[in-house]
Unconditional design. Structure first.
Length: 72
C-alpha cells in the first residue's frame, strides 16, 4: 500500500511526531496542522502502545475526513 510505504519512511526517519503529523497534513490537506491538531495527535501517539499503528490511525482519520473528501 503506497500510503503505508510513505508512512513507514517517515516513521524510520529522524523526524519527530509533530513533524510527521505536519507532513501528513501537508500531503492530504495542502496546509499545515493547527497547534490544536498537532497537540491532539501527539497526545494520542504518546498514549499509544504501538507508535506505527497509532500513526496509521491518524493517517486513516485524515484520509477519511470531510476536509480530505471535499478537497479531492
Amino acid at each position: 500500500d503506497r500510503s503505508r510505504g510513505r508512512l513507514n519512511r517517515l516513521l524510520v526517519s529522524d523526524k519527530g511526531d509533530s513533524d510527521i503529523v505536519s507532513e501528513i497534513y501537508m500531503a492530504a490537506y495542502c496546509r499545515p496542522p493547527s497547534t490544536d491538531e498537532v497537540d491532539r495527535h501527539v497526545a494520542y501517539l504518546a498514549a499509544a502502545e504501538d507508535r506505527g499503528e497509532a500513526m496509521e490511525d491518524i493517517l486513516w482519520a485524515v484520509l477519511n475526513s470531510k476536509e480530505f473528501l471535499f478537497q479531492h
